[in-house]
Structures are given as C-alpha cells and as structure tokens.
Design a binder for this molecule. Structure first.
Ligand SMILES: Nc1nc2c(ncn2[C@@H]2O[C@H](COP(=O)(O)OP(=O)(O)OP(=O)(O)O)[C@@H](O)[C@H]2O)c(=O)[nH]1
Length: 598
C-alpha cells in the first residue's frame, strides 16, 4: 500500500481545445507510464467518436508513477474530465474524488466560458489549483496577459503558474514537480471500516460493469463482499486494479487510492455515481451523494426503414447499458410509425448517440425536432410534464405553461459583442450582466432553453467567427405565452414537425418553416399545400406546384445502362424518404426545416 503522503490525486480543467488531452498524454509519456511504442495521441480518449471529433466525452483515469526531484517515488492519479457543456455533471462529480486541479489555459486564447465553468467546479470541490498556461510554442502566446485574466476574471493567484508547451514538452517537468509540491496529499484512515466513493461506472462486454472507486478509509481486496449503500445490494468483488492506463490488477487498494473493481454487475443502472461502498457487514456514514444527471433535451428517433424497429430497440438497449443519463421510451407517431422518445443531457449528447446508432448498428434514423420539458398546468388544477409537443392537449383546457430557463455565460472579443447581443435578444434573452476583461466581454443572459437547444451554438459560432465561448446551467421554470405550432403537408398533420413556440414568434417561425419545407420537399405529380397552424388557425402557407419529374429525360442517347443507373439512384434516394399521406418527405427535411437562419 502507498503512504498517503506520497499520493497526489488531481484532475485537469480547461476550455475545449486548450490542450487538456495533449497535456495528459505528455504527463503519461514523460513518466514512462506507457512504453514509447504504445503511445498514440490522446491516450485517454477511448471511444472512436471521441478520437474523430477530438473531444473528450467520458471521464478517464490514469495512474502515473513519478520520482520527484527529492528522489522520492510518488503515485499521481489523474482523472480526465470532459470539456463540453453537456457533460458538466461528469466534471463536477469526478472533482469530488480528487484534491487538486491543473487549470489549463491556452496562452494564445485566454480565459473562455468553460474555463470559468470548470474552474468553479474545482473551487466548489475545495481544490488546490495550479494554473498551467499552454501552447507557449506558438507565436501568439501571451503568458502575462493570460495571468492577468486569470487573476481578474477568476480571482485566483497566478504567480505560481507554469508556462508549458504540451506539444514540445517544455515545462512538463515543472508541472510534475508542481503537482507534488503544491497539491495536497489525500487524508484517510487505513484502520477504519472501508469507505469508498463510486466515482464512475461503464459497461465492458467482457468484464461486465467496471466501477471506478476512490478509497476514503480502510482497505479493499479482491474476493471481498461489498455493499452499495444507495440500494443496499451486496456484490462479490472479483477483480480490483488500477489504470496505467490499461487495466492492471493489484492486491489491494488503500486510502487515497483510485482504482477499479468488477463484481459481475450486469448494468450501469445498478450502480449510482456518488454512492458509498463498504464491506458487507460494516456500517459507515454515507458520503454526500451526487445529483443524478437529468435529461433535458428530448427528441424522437425513428428508423427510416420501419422494418428495422426491433434492431433499433436492441441498439438503444445496448447503448443505455453504458449510459445511465440517456432515457428512452417507445413512441408511435402517425407519420413515422414506431420509434423511441429519447432524453439527452444536451445536443452533443443527442448527436453522439444518434451517430453511434447509425454507425455501429447501421440503422438510418429520422430525428424529430428536439424539445425541452414543459410544465403544463391545466384548468382543472392538474399539471404534467410535456416531453413531446405531439402530446399537447387542446389549449382550451390549458391554464398556463412554464418553460425551463437557463443562465448562459458568453465570452467574446469586443468586436463581435453587438452580434451576440442581437442573437440573445432574438432568442428572447434577458441581459443580466455585461462586464469586460481586457478586450473581451462577458455577457450573462437569462434565456429560454427551448431557444438554445436547436442551433444557438452553431449561430453563435458563426456570427462570431468561432471566437465566442458559451456555457450554461439550468435556472428555473417560468411561465410564458407558449403555443404548439403544427405543420400540415397536403392537409395531413406531420406530428414529427410540430413544436412549441412563443406566441409572438409563431408567425415568423411558421413562415420560415413552410418556406424551408417548400424547398426541401421534392415536387410531386400534384399540387401540395404546406401550412403552419396554431390550433385550427393557419398562420403561414406555401404551395408546391405540380411537376412530372422524369429523371431519365437527360439521357437522350439510348444508353440503357446509364438509364438503369439513374433509376437505381432514384430508388436509393426513395429509401431515405417517408410517406405522409401521398407525399414523400426526405429525411433531412426534419432537421433542416427547424434550423432558423436569422
Ligand atoms: N502548438 C501547440 N498546440 C497544442 C498544444 N497543446 C495542444 N495543442 C493542440 O491543440 C488542439 C487541442 O488539444 P487537445 O489536447 O485535444 O484539447 P483538449 O482540451 O483536450 O480538448 P477536449 O478533449 O476536446 O476538451 C490539438 O490540435 C493539439 O494538438 C501546444 O502546447 N502547442
């Protein structure tokens, strides 16, 4: 067992792309934790999709052996945390398992919205914080400017900050020394009854559920029986070990250590993050638990080919095994047939799950308009949570509707501030604060989540040429004048396109929607009216004129194989369409029609 004084547990907090994963790689490499030949970029990002998009989704852990300049051997446990706003809850919970943080700031960029959000999680968890200014190899690097910002905006001392290039390796030794010198050692009592924190869990197809634990007191050994306090279940521990970063068995884990256990647990849902683990016959005071992550964005997923519904069910079941924050229930839509109504932590989470279903399970999907949860209060005094605009009751029975609001923090260079304020105003935002740090403005807005879930982030990036950063947290539910807007194509309601909108914006939205649909729906042999309506009242209308589309007309030369190729291509195109009454609507219409270009 390792002496407490020779353990350091830490995480790295940073804004996306500021170099957190690269720094972690460099720390791993320079301590020979991984043999040179096995080193690949971004060791800790294990999922395919993470590697492709270059973002960290799941928190990961690695144990590093480091011999400090004083000649003593230390064990450093790094818990890597995701940087994207959808996964903020993972950041806050993994912070509770460690005592310190490296705050990585890109010295060519400065403090960004998620730098702030993430460092506040670290401060909340009482961490000692070492600032690390990265990318000093780049000409635009300005370490003293960033130091000033860290002191002004975050309010922490930057005098001990380390200038680093995770790319060239400069400053890496200083970083390792600072971890040992400035971050506190964990505390704990080896003779007390076992008390461990369940930090994270995930599903492995060979080993079942793997549980990441932080030992607070006592010792954990292989073969022991442990109890999870939240659900009072007993498990027989069949493996314990640490991550180097591959799983490496150990004999025991003591106070301050971070490692894993497996115990033939079948589903991630049987483990609760933040739970307290002890021995079967022991009693300990439970640790303060974490809030379970709540889905906030809902949408329907339907197979394009309705014969694949059972395959979709299987895919969703499998994905849910490994992701307790993702919820789903069966849904049937008049237009789309059978599918699932799914809940996600945010839009990135939605995209990740959708991509995985399409890619790993080879099922083409129709994704309906993302929606938030509304509180609907009826005239008879009852109320319920509305997850799907299609379930909206007749407005005459509704007393009022409340929607979720968020607190959004946006950091942006001065010259783009006007555009940002306009965008927030357009999305029904209420300005709460506007401050400056050097040539950067920080705007705090109260915004309806509904106006943000769809394409706010894309718009923000495009109006600021990518310079703005954005972070949000849920605030409260408030009443507003909200209505359901339905869309009718050829007089048939297309429930998958219905959405909740603010009454004052319904006409503009409706008009934009029908104009878009007119471009997205191919012409048919007959005239097709496209309408947006509130209740029985049509608020916008377009008509798609009739046309006979002869795809082979271009092939005047009598080349039969060319003709057949074209017809085949058209047939393949058909597969991506859905029939609504007599009208074929292409799959991409469902998403494109909802994107609002201002
Ligand atoms: N020039 C230079 N580039 C760097 C340095 N550190 C990281 N980068 C580059 O910056 C980009 C982002 O680095 P990542 O390590 O993926 O950033 P991250 O913060 O882990 O991003 P997420 O995992 O998505 O949160 C990559 O293209 C890196 O190669 C550095 O010190 N110098």
């Amino acid at each position: 067992m390792i002496a407490l004084s020779h353990i350091r547990n830490f995480s790295i907090v940073a804004h996306i792309d500021h170099g957190k994963s690269t720094l972690a790689d460099r720390l791993i490499q320079s301590t020979n934790t991984v043999a040179e030949r096995d080193m690949k970029a971004q060791m800790l990002d294990s999922m395919d999709i993470e590697r492709e998009r270059g973002i960290t989704i799941k928190a990961n852990t690695v144990r590093i052996d480091y011999t400090a300049q004083n000649g003593e051997a230390y064990v450093l446990n790094l818990i890597d945390t995701p940087g994207h706003v959808d996964f903020a809850y993972e950041v806050s919970r993994s912070m509770r398992a460690v005592e310190g943080s490296l705050l990585v700031v890109d010295s060519t960029q400065g403090v960004e919205a998620q730098t702030l959000a993430n460092v506040y999680h670290a401060i909340d968890a009482d961490h000692e914080i070492v600032p690390v200014f990265n990318k000093i190899d780049l000409p635009a690097s300005d370490v003293s400017r960033v130091a000033e910002q860290v002191e002004d905006v975050i309010g922490i001392d930057a005098s001990g900050a380390i200038a680093v290039s995770a790319k060239t390796g400069e400053g890496i030794n200083e970083t390792l020394e600072a971890i040992v010198q400035h971050l506190p050692a964990p505390t704990g009592d080896v003779d007390a009854p076992l008390k461990a924190m369940l930090v994270d869990s995930w599903y492995d197809s060979y080993l079942g559920v793997i549980v990441l634990v932080r030992i607070i007191d006592g010792k954990l050994k292989k073969g022991e029986k442990v109890k999870f306090l939240s659900n009072d279940t007993i498990h027989h521990v069949d493996r314990i070990g640490v991550f180097r970063p591959e799983m490496t068995p150990v004999d025991e884990l003591g106070p301050g250590e971070i490692g894993f256990l497996t115990a033939s647990i079948k589903q991630v849902r049987d483990t609760r993050v933040g739970d307290t683990i002890t021995h079967q016959r022991e009693e300990v005071e439970p640790l303060p638990g974490f809030q379970p992550a709540q889905p906030v964005v809902f949408c329907g997923l339907f197979p394009v080919d309705s014969a694949l519904f059972e395959d979709l069910r299987e895919a969703i079941d499998k994905l849910a095994l490994n992701d307790a924050s993702f919820s789903f229930e069966m849904e049937s839509s008049a237009a789309l047939g059978f599918g699932f109504r799914c809940g996600f932590l945010g839009l990135l989470h939605l995209e990740v799950i959708r991509d995985r279903i399409e890619r790993e399970y080879d099922i083409d999907l129709i994704t309906t308009a993302p929606s938030v949860i509304y509180h609907v209060h009826m005239r008879d005094g009852t109320s319920f949570d509305l997850h799907n605009p299609a379930d909206m009751p007749d407005m005459t029975h509704v007393d009022h509707i409340e929607e979720p609001r968020i607190k959004a923090t946006i950091l942006v260079p001065d010259e783009y501030l006007g555009e940002v304020l306009k965008l927030c105003q357009d999305r029904r935002g209420i300005q709460e604060d506007l401050t400056y740090a050097g040539s950067r403005a920080m705007a705090v807005y109260d915004l309806p989540l509904n106006e943000v879930v769809f394409d706010f982030y894309d718009r923000l990036k495009s109006v600021t040429k990518g310079y703005a950063s954005f972070d949000y947290s849920l605030k409260d539910y408030r009443e507003d004048n909200l209505v359901k807007m339905s869309v009718l194509v050829n007089d048939e309601p297309v429930d998958a396109l219905s959405m909740m909108v603010h009454r004052d914006r319904a006409e503009t939205r409706g008009r934009a929607m029908v104009e878009k649909l007119k471009d997205l729906i191919p012409r048919h042999m007959f005239k097709i009216p496209i309408q947006a309506a509130i209740g029985g009242k049509v608020i916008a209308r377009e008509t798609l004129s009739a046309m006979r589309k002869d795809v082979t007309a271009k092939c005047y030369g009598g080349d039969a194989s060319r003709k057949r190729k074209l017809l085949d291509k058209q047939k393949a195109g058909k597969k991506k369409m859905r029939q609504f009454g007599k009208v074929d609507i292409p799959q991409e219409a469902f998403i494109s029609a909802l994107k609002m270009d201002s």
